[in-house]
Design a protein around this ligand. Structure first.
Ligand SMILES: Nc1nc2c(ncn2[C@@H]2O[C@H](COP(=O)(O)OP(=O)(O)OP(=O)(O)O)[C@@H](O)[C@H]2O)c(=O)[nH]1
Ligand SMILES: [Mg+2]
Length: 449
C-alpha cells in the first residue's frame, strides 16, 4: 500500500522491484528508480553502466559475500527526466529464476534500495508529471484488461487524449473565470473583457464538450469491466444448454428433469473482443424442495445484480415466469427450442435452438450490440465512475453558471460556479489531489509497475 499521507510521501528513496511476473521464465527484469539508482547498480556490476537509452551485458555480483557472482545480466539505463518514472531508472534483466531474482534484490537492498510498493513506479511517474491520473489508471487497466477491446481502449487512454481534452475545457473555464475576476477587481472602471453573449457562447461550448466526453462512458465502462449476464427462466427451458453453448464447454448438467440446476454456475466468454461473465441459474418456480428453493433465491439475487439478463422461455414449457426487474437492466428475450415452435410470433425475441446451435450467432450479436450500444469510441472517452462523476459535477456547475449569466447575476456568483467546474476537472486529471484517492488508485496496481 502507498503511504496514507500522499502529501508527505517521500520520493527521496530509491526503489526496486521485479517488473516481470514472479516465477520461472526466459528472463526476469528488475527495475530500480530514484536518485541513487545509477550508483547502486554500478556498485554491483563488473563494468560501467551504459549510456542512457542503451543496453549492455554485465556480470552482477553481491559485493559482500565470498561467492559473490549472481548472474549474467543485461542492463538498460534511462536518465531523468526521460524515463518511466521521471527519475533515474535502471532495468536489470536476469535469467528468469526466483532464486536469482531474490539474490539480486537482496544485493540492491544492501546497497540502499527500498522494496517498491504496488504501483509505486507509476505513482512517481504521476507525481513527476510524466502522466496525469487518467493515464496512470490506464496503465492499471491495460495490465488488468481481460479482452482485446478492453486492452485496446486502455492503450488509447494511455496516450493522454482524455487529459488533453479535460485541460482544454478547463482552459476555457479559466478564460471566463479570469474575465469575471478582473471585472470584480476593477468594478469602478467598468472593465468588461467578455460580454454576456460571449460568455454564454463559451459556456455552451464547454457544456457540449463535457457531454461529448461522457457520451461513450457506458460502452467504455463495459469494455473495461466486462459484462455480467444472468441466464434466467422457468425450469427446463434450456438455460443450462444455452450456458454451455456460450461458454463453449460442458459445464452445467443438462437434463429433462425440471429443477436440475440449483447452484449458480459461472463461465466466461469473449464476443467480438468484449469480455462476458455468464451465470447459469436455477429454474424459477415455487417449490416445496428446500434446496431447490434456495437455488431460486440465489437465481433472483444474481438476476438483480447482473448487468444484463437473458430471459429464456420455450414453447413446450407452461407457466413460464416473466422477468420483470425493478432495476433498469438490459433484458434479452430468448425463446429456446425453436425446433418445437410452430410459429415465431414474438417479434422482440431471439429464437434459438440449443440442440443444433441455430440462432446462437444472432444472440451473440445482440449481446455485443447491447454492450456497445450506438456509442462511438471517441478519443476523449472516459471509462471509470470516478471520471464520470467528475464530468457530471462540472456539467452541473456549468449549467448553473449559464443560468447565473443569463439572469445577470453578480460576477462573484458566476465565478463561484466556474471555480467549482475547474475544480472538478482538476480532480479528473489529478491536478487536485484528493485525500485517499491516490492511495485507492495505486493500490490496485501490482508490484513492479
Ligand atoms: N428440442 C429441444 N430440446 C432442448 C433444447 N434445448 C434444451 N433442450 C432439452 O431441454 C431439457 C432441459 O434442458 P436444460 O438445459 O437442462 O434446461 P434448464 O433450463 O437448465 O433446466 P433447469 O436447470 O431444470 O432449470 C433437456 O432435456 C434438453 O436436452 C432445444 O433447443 N430443443
Ligand atoms: Mg439448468
Amino acid at each position: 500500500m502507498i503511504p496514507h499521507q500522499i502529501a508527505g510521501y517521500s520520493e527521496s528513496t530509491t526503489i526496486v522491484a521485479e517488473a516481470t511476473p514472479q516465477g520461472r521464465g526466459g528472463i526476469s527484469i528488475l527495475r530500480i528508480s530514484g536518485k541513487d539508482a545509477f550508483n547502486i547498480v554500478s556498485n554491483l556490476l563488473d563494468r560501467d553502466l551504459p549510456k542512457p537509452n542503451r543496453t549492455t551485458y554485465a556480470k552482477l555480483s553481491n559485493n559482500n559475500t565470498l561467492d559473490s557472482f549472481i548472474d549474467d545480466v543485461m542492463v538498460s539505463v534511462y536518465e531523468s527526466p526521460r524515463s518511466y518514472t521521471g527519475e533515474d531508472v535502471v532495468e536489470v534483466s536476469t535469467h528468469g529464476n526466483p532464486i536469482l531474482v531474490n539474490e539480486a534484490l537482496e544485493a540492491f537492498y544492501k546497497e540502499g534500495a527500498h522494496p517498491a510498493k504496488p504501483g509505486e513506479f507509476t505513482l512517481r511517474a504521476f507525481l513527476n508529471n510524466r502522466m496525469d491520473l487518467i493515464q496512470a489508471e490506464a496503465v492499471s487497466d491495460l495490465i488488468a484488461s481481460k479482452s482485446k477491446e478492453a486492452a485496446r481502449q486502455a492503450r488509447k487512454q494511455l496516450d493522454g487524449g482524455v487529459g488533453k481534452t479535460a485541460n482544454q475545457i478547463s482552459d476555457m473555464m479559466m478564460n471566463i473565470l479570469s474575465s469575471c475576476e478582473l471585472e470584480l477587481d476593477f468594478t469602478e472602471e467598468d472593465i468588461i473583457l467578455l460580454n454576456r453573449e460571449e460568455k454564454l457562447l463559451i459556456v455552451e461550448r464547454i457544456i457540449n464538450d463535457l457531454r461529448r466526453m461522457i457520451s461513450g462512458y457506458s460502452r467504455a465502462r463495459n469494455l473495461r469491466k466486462g459484462v455480467s449476464v444472468a441466464i434466467v427462466g422457468s425450469p427446463n427451458v434450456g438455460k443450462s444448454s444455452l450456458f454451455n453453448i456460450l461458454a463453449n464447454e460442458e459445464i452445467a448438467i443438462v437434463h429433462h428433469t425440471p429443477g436440475t440446476t440449483r447452484d449458480v454456475l459461472e463461465a466466461v466468454c469473449e464476443i467480438n473482443g468484449v469480455h462476458f461473465t455468464l451465470y447459469d441459474t436455477a429454474g424459477m418456480r415455487i417449490t416445496p424442495d428446500e434446496i431447490e428453493d434456495e437455488g431460486v433465491t440465489r437465481a433472483i439475487r444474481k438476476a438483480e445484480s447482473a448487468d444484463m439478463i437473458i430471459s429464456v422461455s420455450a414453447p413446450d414449457i407452461k407457466d413460464q415466469i416473466i422477468v420483470n426487474m425493478t432495476r433498469k437492466t438490459d433484458i434479452i428475450e430468448v425463446i429456446n427450442k425453436s425446433d418445437l415452435a410452430t410459429e415465431r410470433k414474438e417479434e422482440n425475441a431471439t429464437y434459438i435452438c440449443s440442440t443444433d446451435g441455430s440462432g446462437i450467432e444472432e444472440l451473440k450479436d445482440e449481446l455485443f450490440r447491447r454492450v456497445v450500444k450506438d456509442e462511438k469510441q471517441g478519443q476523449g472517452t472516459i471509462s471509470r465512475e470516478r471520471h464520470y462523476n467528475a464530468v457530471q459535477c462540472a456539467i452541473k456547475a456549468m449549467k448553473e453558471c449559464r443560468e447565473d449569466i443569463d439572469q445577470g447575476q453578480p460576477e462573484e456568483i458566476v465565478a463561484e460556479q466556474l471555480r467549482e467546474a475547474v475544480s472538478a476537472m482538476d480532480e479528473l486529471t489529478g491536478k487536485k489531489r484528493l485525500d485517499g484517492l491516490l492511495e485507492e488508485i495505486f493500490s490496485e496496481f501490482c508490484i513492479g509497475k
